[in-house]
Design a protein around this ligand. Structure first.
Ligand code: LRH
Ligand code: MN
Length: 388
């Protein structure tokens, strides 16, 4: 698809969900740095998410994390979001911050702990009923640190049991996406370490159980776009958690560490009709802005995704198909590299102008004075972070 209008129409419909926790303080075990103007509650997080949408036009929903975003009235929170022009999106469970989960949550040897963890997942579906969210995103920190610590096979059985109970509770229009991660916080084995394990459990559960690919959750050197191609081919790709990394799960701005990898992933998404209208894929950001300003960090991330998608859409599929069929290795690679080396920023600036947005969202945000306003207004109270 190399005609700019066709590319623009796909980009116009591109929806990227932002994570509520990106607006809170975050860090590492060494330090969590506080920043001025950080939200103190889910309402202020949603106001910041709405600001990202106001300047990018591509972020109409915000993912919540429970209990970080627990409120008494989720319908009121959903109303607040729609009054700000966005919707509440994916509900993220949290079975990694309770002391009872030291040896696991749904995989824990003690059935009492497994019950507690499964009940939390069921609570999250009650919240989805109130917020109107489609997706329940499950990521388990579950794993072990030493060989022999627990029975790997028994833990898979326990996991399967809990997932089946949760899947059965889902409403007809609701889905679960199961996220994998090859290590951390567990350092010997993780119970959902790779796409294959997530895929196996999702196939066992049914059509509304899909795999979530977090781009920071693979061993160095993993060909993530190959995994994406497989999951698209088997109709089991449900969601992305976009971020980037130089080393481990660094949760840096998507496209900042390896824009070429992001482009290759988007090329496979496009090849698999993943940008078509009504796509089953939820495109989410899952990032932590430990030292950079958080709202501009999200705006820059949305722009990085837009640029990678625009380049992927510019791949001349006919020329590529011909070169591939002819075994023209250099020719085929050149088709893809031509698209990647195309400067798509003018096209995106034009699209934003067409949408009545400022062609330069970062400059527009800076000029808006929003950062100064929240720094002035949000004084006192406890700033949000990864604590409840
Ligand atoms: C785990 C993870 C998961 C979220 C958390 C915020 O590393 O990627 O998606 O629950 O980050
Ligand atoms: Mn994630």
């Amino acid at each position: 698809m190399s005609n700019p209008d066709a590319v623009k129409s796909v980009l116009r419909d591109l929806r990227i969900e932002v994570p509520s926790w990106a607006f809170g303080n975050s860090g590492t075990r060494f330090k969590v740095f506080a920043q001025a103007g950080v939200p103190r509650d889910p309402f202020e997080k949603i106001a910041d998410a709405a600001a990202v949408h106001r300047f990018t036009g591509s972020a109409p929903s915000v993912a919540l994390h429970i209990p970080w975003d627990r409120v008494d009235d989720y319908a009121a929170l959903a109303k607040f979001a729609s009054d700000h022009g966005i919707a509440l999106g994916t509900i993220n469970s949290n079975t990694f911050q309770d002391n009872d989960y030291m040896l696991g949550s749904v995989t824990h040897p003690d059935p009492r702990v497994r019950r507690k963890a499964t009940d939390h997942l069921l609570d999250c579906i009650d919240i989805m009923d109130a917020t109107g969210s489609r997706d329940l995103k499950l990521w388990f920190a579950d794993g072990t640190n030493y060989p022999g610590q627990d029975d790997i096979t028994a833990r898979q059985e326990r996991l399967g049991e809990a997932l089946a109970e949760v899947y059965a509770r889902l409403g007809a229009d609701q889905r679960m996406v199961l996220e994998y991660k090859f290590f951390e916080p567990a350092f010997y084995h993780t119970d959902v370490p790779d796409w294959g394990t997530s895929f196996l459990h999702c196939v066992a559960l049914g059509d509304r159980a899909l795999v979530c690919v977090d781009t920071g959750h693979h061993a160095p050197g993993t060909n993530i776009e190959f995994i994406v191609a497989q999951l698209l081919r088997t109709k089991k790709l449900g969601a992305f958690d976009f971020n980037s990394r130089f080393y481990a799960d660094d949760d840096l701005m998507v496209g900042s560490a390896d824009p070429f990898q992001l482009f290759r992933v988007m090329h496979e998404v496009n090849r698999g009709q993943g940008f078509a209208a009504g796509t089953p894929i939820t495109f989410m950001l899952d990032q932590c802005h430990n030292i950079e300003a958080k709202i501009p960090g999200q705006i820059r991330s949305i722009m990085n995704v837009q640029e990678a998608v625009a380049k992927a859409l510019l791949v001349d599929a006919d020329a590529l198909g011909t070169a591939q069929r002819d075994g023209d290795v250099l020719g085929a690679n050149a088709v893809v590299m031509d698209a990647y080396n195309t400067d798509v920023r003018p096209l995106l600036a034009e699209l934003r102008a067409d949408q009545g947005l400022d062609p330069d969202p970062m400059a527009a945000y800076k000029r808006s004075g929003y950062a100064e306003t929240i720094a002035k207004d949000r004084v006192g109270g406890a700033q949000a972070g990864w604590g409840a």
